[in-house]
Design a protein around this ligand. Structure first.
Ligand SMILES: C[S@@+](CC[C@H](N)C(=O)[O-])C[C@H]1O[C@@H](n2cnc3c(N)ncnc32)[C@H](O)[C@@H]1O
Length: 291
């Protein structure tokens, strides 16, 4: 019996041979994704005239900095820190003290290497922790930074609850991610079974929600939401850039994850572009303060 979709398109599909749980997924794909997505493992914001993916991913990070009102010397919890590129930028540009957490051991290793090479080891720490149950002390950070990791945490209310708990009074949480732009009913989920299964295979177990759902969760935790931006149109060129990287680094990527995964990645860019174009999925950024 088909499970009813949650508020977003649950990415479900036929049984596959490898685990799509985020930790196993990211351990498997991280090295290849550095070729496909770049050093910052997230979408790009392509402002007018921008064509370079690294510039565009840097711009998304800048939008997060703006929304989070990052200031000199703040302490930041980076939930879902990838390979540490945004954390190192925050440490470098703002003298911030950044604790990056992720469920991927591969990500921790890469982040620690990056920080050491940049002379930022004293200002950063990377730890294996789950964003939905982080075990960190109450009121211990000035900022909580959640850059494109929330879609991988099904217990979304626990993620936001933990973010609010570890924030100091006056602190801010800033989050950006893929968003669900409209509900999908069961018939549509069935019709889209194959493309949804492909996305799950390539990007892991994910669940998307609208910015309004994040707003409600944040407000439910007593946070004051004061910043919301729809980045759907600005992130749309990301898929062309990823496909161009797939073509450019085909040999390297196939060596790391195999021909089938390379093809699946390339095809998944078309699926995502279609969802962007037909108004199913998009991208948003939201920030809130703890009174
Ligand atoms: C799309 S990547 C984004 C990485 C990074 N924020 C960046 O922008 O470069 C998603 C990240 O979320 C992490 N992640 C997934 N589930 C998690 C969880 N439950 N707790 C903490 N991190 C998680 C993954 O390991 C990965 O590092």
């Amino acid at each position: 019996m088909e499970e009813l979709p949650g508020p977003g398109p649950e990415i479900r599909g036929p049984p596959v041979s490898q685990s799509h749980a985020p930790a196993a997924h990211y351990d498997r794909v991280t090295a290849a994704w550095r070729y496909l997505l770049g050093e910052e493992l997230h979408y790009g914001v392509f402002d007018e005239g921008v064509t370079d993916l690294a510039v565009a991913t840097g711009e998304l990070t800048r939008r997060m900095i703006e929304g989070g009102r990052i200031e000199q010397g703040v302490s930041i919890l980076d939930v879902g820190c990838g390979t540490g590129a945004p954390a190192c930028r925050l440490a470098q540009e703002f003298g911030a003290h950044v604790t990056g957490i992720t469920t991927s051991e591969e990500g921790i290793r890469a982040a620690q290497e990056r920080a050491k090479a940049a002379g930022l080891a004293a200002q950063t720490s990377f730890e294996l922790r789950d964003g939905t149950d982080n075990g960190l002390p109450d009121a211990s950070f000035d900022r909580v930074w959640i850059l494109e990791s929330s879609h991988l945490m099904r217990r979304r209310e626990r993620l936001i609850g933990e973010a609010a708990r570890v924030l100091k009074p006056g602190g801010r949480v800033v989050l950006c991610d893929i968003t669900r732009q409209r509900p999908l009913d069961l018939a549509e989920v069935r019709r889209l079974r194959e493309p949804l299964a492909l996305l799950r295979e390539v990007f892991g177990d994910a669940r998307m929600e609208g910015l309004g759902d994040y707003r409600a969760l944040m407000e439910g935790e007593g946070l004051t939401v004061d910043h919301e931006v729809d980045l759907t149109a600005a992130t749309r060129p990301t898929f062309d850039a990823w496909q161009a990287n797939a073509d450019r680094y085909r040999t390297e990527v196939v060596e790391l994850i195999g021909e089938r995964a390379w093809t699946a990645f390339r095809d998944s860019c078309d699926v995502l572009a279609g969802f962007w174009d037909d108004g199913t999925l998009g991208y948003g950024l939201i920030a809130a303060s703890r009174p």
